[in-house]
Design a protein around this ligand. Structure first.
Ligand SMILES: [Zn+2]
Length: 104
């Protein structure tokens, strides 16, 4: 499995965790997703792969929501609004101690 496939899987798990509500199932999904993301980062570091923001756009599991606003979430760490379809942006906001991405 390639790092980008791993990240897609992790995002799928995060979405499942989001629908799960709080509890052991959610925690299990979050831990698994985190481990997959760590492994994907390790693969990238080995390959020295650089992913530019906006180059990998994810696809929502179960199709697009009725409201476009559902694609966006506010990052609890830095307060920036994140387009959850932008994989690089999502991964950036997963990193501990990150700064908001520069706005266009
Ligand atoms: Zn953030």
């Amino acid at each position: 499995m390639k790092p980008n496939e791993m990240r897609r899987l992790a995002l799928k798990l995060l979405e499942e965790a989001d629908q799960e509500g709080s509890g052991p199932e959610e925690l299990s999904l979050l831990v698994t997703a985190e481990q997959i993301l760590i492994a994907a980062d390790a693969f990238d570091e080995m390959a020295i792969v650089e992913i530019k923001p906006g180059t990998i756009i994810g696809e929502r599991v179960g199709g697009d929501p009725a409201d476009e606003a559902e694609h966006y979430q506010v990052c609890p760490a830095c307060g920036q609004t994140v387009d959850m379809r932008d994989l690089d942006a999502v991964l950036h906001h997963e990193r501990e101690g990150h700064e908001p991405l520069p706005s266009n």
